[in-house]
Design a protein around this ligand. Structure first.
Ligand SMILES: C[S@@+](CC[C@H](N)C(=O)[O-])C[C@H]1O[C@@H](n2cnc3c(N)ncnc32)[C@H](O)[C@@H]1O
Length: 242
């Protein structure tokens, strides 16, 4: 395994490095939640209106239009994950959810997950995640549009394609009762924050040093806040013998 740095916070272990140089060496988790680059140049377009190439504005709660945050000019979204990266991602979990699966040619699946962002405007209405979970398509309705957000309203966004922690908590719920979570392409670690809040062991991988530092900070904060729910651990075998 090769990585730039490893940070351990409680039951969470964060690696700064390349997915393929870290992922194959990590313990298999119950659920992998991946949000890789979709290969659609999202990171470059985020700060401009798609039709008119002007800064995107959002209405704040007072009704004033304000420009969206400029996260800098990254081009990590230029290429989708390779077939080797996708295969390693699926192999890293007993179950796997891959956001943007519709952009990267995943095999047929029954339980696609749909996030309806309750958007209006020129951004997509929904994002789709491929999964190898059993069951039917499920939908999560959660507004996430500039300052109009159903969660994390008082927390500044730190990543250009940041997903809500609430969405990731819902993904974990969709997988039944996983006892561990992994997040390659971690970005700002939304799945990690959800896992920590649920008391689940977690690992995440991110190559960008700035994003990695933000993920570390968010996991530290989630850890300091403690668990939302007591974890349901499998019963000790001895109990059954009593
Ligand atoms: C779509 S973003 C993830 C955003 C994240 N879900 C969030 O809410 O903050 C993909 C992330 O993968 C990282 N990345 C891209 N290629 C990578 C690679 N080969 N290894 C590790 N990280 C990579 C990028 O720096 C970026 O932060």
């Amino acid at each position: 395994m090769s990585y730039v740095q490893k940070v351990v916070i409680g039951d969470a272990t964060l690696y700064q490095g390349e997915v393929l140089q870290v992922l194959p060496f990590l313990p298999v988790v119950d659920l992998v939640i991946a949000d890789p680059p979709y290969g659609i140049g999202e990171s470059k377009k985020r700060n401009t209106n798609r039709a008119h190439n002007v800064p995107v504005c959002a209405k704040n709660r007072k009704g004033t239009f304000v420009p969206s945050t400029d996260y800098g000019d990254f081009d990590w979204d230029k290429n989708p994950p390779t077939a080797e990266e996708v295969a390693a991602t699926i192999a890293a979990g007993k179950n796997c959810i891959i956001w943007g699966g519709n952009h990267i040619g995943m095999p047929p699946a029954s339980k696609w997950l749909c996030w309806d962002k309750l958007n209006s405007g020129d951004f997509a209405d929904c994002e789709l995640a491929w999964s190898n979970l059993p069951g039917a398509v499920r939908i999560f309705r959660h507004m996430w549009n500039g300052m109009l957000r159903d969660s994390e309203r008082d927390t500044p966004r730190v990543h250009p394609t940041q997903k809500p922690i609430a969405l990731m908590a819902w993904c974990i719920e969709q997988a039944g009762k996983p006892q561990s979570v992994g997040e390659p392409w971690m970005g700002s670690a939304p799945a990690g924050c959800a896992a920590v809040a649920l008391g689940l062991p977690y690992w995440g991988i991110e190559r960008d040093p700035g994003n990695f530092a933000k993920a570390v900070k968010r996991i530290e904060q989630a850890h300091a806040q403690g668990q939302l729910f007591a974890p349901e651990r499998p019963k000790q075998e001895q109990e059954a013998l009593l």
